[in-house]
Design a protein around this ligand. Structure first.
Ligand code: PMP
Length: 428
């Protein structure tokens, strides 16, 4: 494949943008080489500056569940655009969005729109702290909730170690109240609540993890989170920025039948535009300014063009109901990739919930970050580049989930599986 124009563009970008990218996840840091620069998307495909076509399994890291340039979404955006781009005053679309979200997502009684997943989780934590009057929070190693200061912590070495920042630029004070525990470990969670129960404002977690590769929660684990929060007056926050409207129309909380107190959303609800949201129980959300004392704001929040993109996407998901089809497609792709890895004799695990999946190069089932950190990432790098050269665009890290959209066809999956058979044989 020829990448001359991509290369030139990245060289140019590096002079004026750190690393040439506006988010490190797209820099190919974990797999080496240079990112391809995308010119346009259509349905399940991306096209780079050099005209190469790729079957896209990133979908803008989640939002493009309908594929690129769905005609109804494009129309809704251009209709909204014709009226102006932003008013900094209430608009009807933001109320329609809030009504839609409260109807679809079990935990939402009231919701506030923001502009990214990071803003959603950051604000949810602030509100949980304001509501409980407590400072400590619990997160789980390997879960990512955006670049929020208090959540960028290293995993503690012992069960009850307090977090230390994982990035320079974060004062120790920001993470001293963050307890970082192992995902799917009920005993550690119970011990932590025994010690600190009355001081813990919230637990925040991905109800299916996407950010250490796809990691599926034990039912008992989610139930333990729910029970301990109820018992100790702690706010349970599901970060459904990735799983929201991805694993089920009612999000992971409806799939597992466990209702958190608050939910953070992003990605799909913006239909490809910069959107996030957080919400939950009405008594908790009553603390949010201007109803309550917890301050949170945004010049562009509830932006009419972004609301139009998000609402049209969500209405299509409700009306078309692609989830049974996405389940079948997920099953087919998972079976094909598993068979390809088996045939090549490569140790692997395939984790999947609906259209969200990861092929791990690991001997053990990946239940938490300790196990995920043993993935064979150098093998993944070879796999990634082999697939990219065959026109298959996978997430450029073993610690990310791949996504299927409703625009992918069986033929796309067959091509992908065929490519995986060739590549995995080559790198065995
Ligand atoms: N939470 C989760 C679960 C995510 O996957 C992400 C982004 N990948 C975020 C929060 C942060 O969202 P954003 O990048 O929109 O700030």
């Amino acid at each position: 494949m020829n990448h001359t124009l991509s290369h030139q563009q990245i060289e140019r970008a590096r002079k004026v943008i750190p690393g040439g990218v506006n988010s490190p996840a797209r820099a190919f840091g974990a797999v080496g080489g240079e990112p391809v620069v995308i010119d346009r998307g259509q349905g399940a495909y991306l096209y780079d500056l050099d005209g190469n076509q790729y079957i896209d399994y990133i979908g803008s890291w989640g939002p493009q569940i309908l594929g690129h340039r769905h005609p109804q979404v494009m129309q809704a955006i251009s209709d909204a655009l014709a009226k102006g781009t932003s008013f900094g005053a209430p608009c009807a679309a933001e109320t329609e969005m809030a009504e839609f979200l409260c109807e679809a997502v079990p935990s939402l009684e009231k919701v506030r729109m923001v502009n990214s997943g990071t803003e959603a989780t950051m604000s949810a934590i602030r509100v949980a702290r304001g509501f409980t009057g407590r400072d400590r929070i619990i997160k789980f190693s390997g879960c990512y909730h955006g670049h929020v200061d208090s959540l960028l912590v290293q995993a503690g070495s012992g069960a009850l170690t307090l977090g230390t920042p994982s990035s320079p630029g974060i004062p120790k004070g920001c993470t001293q109240d963050t307890l970082s525990l192992e995902y799917n470990d009920c005993q550690q969670l119970e011990e932590t609540f025994e010690k600190f129960g009355s001081e813990i404002a919230c637990i925040i977690l991905e109800p299916v993890v996407g950010n250490m590769g796809t990691v599926i929660p034990d039912k008992e684990f989610l139930q333990t989170c729910r029970d301990l929060c109820t018992k100790h007056g702690t706010v349970l926050i599901f970060d459904e920025v990735m799983t929201g409207f991805r694993v089920a129309f009612g999000c992971a909380q409806s799939l597992f039948g466990i209702t958190p107190d608050m939910t953070a959303l992003g990605k799909i609800i913006g239909g490809g535009m910069p959107v996030g949201a957080y919400g939950g129980r009405a008594d908790i959300m009553a603390k949010v300014s201007p109803d309550g004392p917890v301050y949170q704001a945004g010049t562009l929040s509830g932006n009419p063009v972004a609301m139009a993109a998000g609402l049209s996407t969500l209405k299509l998901l409700r009306d078309v109901n692609p989830y049974p089809h996405l389940e079948l497609m997920g099953e087919k792709l998972a079976a094909g990739l598993t068979a390809a890895a088996q045939a090549a004799g490569i140790p692997h695990q395939l984790a999947r919930v609906g259209s969200m999946l990861t092929l791990f190069f690991n001997q053990q089932e990946v239940k938490n970050y300790s196990i995920s950190s043993q993935n064979d990432t150098s093998r993944f790098a070879k796999y990634f580049h082999g697939m990219l050269n065959r026109g298959i665009y996978l997430p450029c890290s073993q610690y990310e989930a791949m996504f299927i959209s409703n625009a992918h066809t069986e033929e796309d999956l067959d091509k992908t599986i065929q490519a995986a058979q060739e590549v995995l044989k080559e790198i065995a």
